[in-house]
Ligand binder design. Structure first.
Ligand SMILES: N[C@@H](CCC(=O)N[C@@H](CS)C(=O)NCC(=O)O)C(=O)O
Length: 328
């Protein structure tokens, strides 16, 4: 694992020293938007008009951030319009790689080569997901939360489903929920796992479990995070929950409870998993191989645990939760 400095690859682990052992995630740097008319979006520059088969997603099945984009592509019915290439689950000294086959567009073997192709003197982390423009041969955007919104809106002219995962009337609630879930849960598990001091770990651990406790209560009253329809907030939580018992509990030491110990959270997780098309986006083999094998600092012998056994096909019993709270 490493990063690019002026377009040169450096193999190094995250530097947590400047934050007293805390893991602080770097912001994504490519922030252009695909739009219906090619005008600039909320950030970046314009020229990225929505078109079938012009854009391509580079993802890892292991990565919770990339997973969100795969889910949105699937649920909107965009599979025929946006191709996907996946990286190898092991992220080693060259970062994410295309192995054994190179990626199909340019025959490249390493993800960082796409960053250099976009910006020859790029300095920063090399992350998935990437939304790639096959016409201009550049990264459009490498921030998953923004890619989700593009798939939901700009691409809706191509989509086979008209579901809206960020409806106007719920935006304030979705934004607040996203913020809370991002800090405490999505990034919270990484803050536990990548902490290099006891204090930093405990701080993240306590925030993580108090957030899970509070969502457990919430999901005892509401079918989904913001009421009776599934929004992007649910899918953003889902990608962390689905990895939790399989990986985070052991590898990231988030072991106060498993998700399966929480009746409402686990029923909710199963309900989302059982929605048609979703299980096809979940690859436990890549998920377990990636974390346990790649992070040598955490797991030096790279032994990948065989358990736990998860029964995600058990009945979810969520239809009993009728939404009585008016969320408007
Ligand atoms: N803000 C980014 C974060 C993406 C991210 O951190 N992806 C991880 C994989 S789970 C990655 O590629 N890490 C490589 C690295 O940090 O060097 C997003 O949500 O799109």
């Amino acid at each position: 694992m490493g990063l690019l400095v002026n377009g040169k690859w450096h193999d190094q682990w995250y530097d947590t020293k400047k934050h007293q052992g805390r893991f602080v995630r770097e912001g994504a740097q490519f922030r252009n938007w695909v739009t219906v008319d090619g005008k600039p979006g909320p950030s970046g520059t314009g020229g990225f008009t929505v078109e079938s088969n012009r854009y391509h997603l580079y993802v890892s099945y292991a990565c919770p951030w990339a997973h969100r984009t795969l889910i949105m592509r699937q649920l909107k019915g965009l599979n025929a319009h946006i191709g996907v290439t996946t990286v190898h689950p092991h992220m080693l000294s060259h970062g994410w790689e295309f192995r054994p086959e190179p990626e199909p567009l340019y025959g490249l073997h390493r993800l960082y080569e796409l960053y250099i192709k976009t910006m020859p003197d790029y300095t920063g982390r090399v992350t998935v997901p990437i939304l790639w423009d096959q016409q201009r041969h550049v990264i459009v955007n490498n921030e998953s939360s923004e890619i989700l919104r593009m798939l939901n809106y700009a691409f809706s002219s191509l989509a086979t489903s008209d579901s809206d995962f960020y409806p106007e009337s719920l935006r304030e609630q979705i934004d607040a929920m996203n913020e809370y879930v991002y800090h405490n849960i999505n990034n919270g598990v990484y803050r536990c796992g990548f902490a290099t001091s006891q204090e930093a770990y405990e701080e993240a651990f306590n925030e993580l479990f108090s957030a899970l406790d509070s969502l457990e209560t919430r999901l005892g009253k509401l079918r989904y995070l913001t009421g009776n329809i599934i929004t992007e907030a649910d899918w953003r939580l889902f990608t962390t929950l689905i990895r939790f018992d399989a990986v985070y509990v052991g590898h990231f030491k988030t072991n106060r409870n498993m998700i399966s110990d929480y009746p409402h959270l686990s029923g909710y997780l199963r309900e989302l998993y059982q929605i048609p098309g979703i299980r096809e986006t979940v690859c436990f083999d890549h998920i377990k191989q990636h974390y346990y094998y790649s992070h040598e600092h955490i797991n030096p012998h790279r032994i990948v645990p065989l358990g736990p056994e998860l029964d995600l096909d058990a009945p979810h019993n969520r239809s009993a939760i009728t939404c009585t709270v008016n969320h408007h």
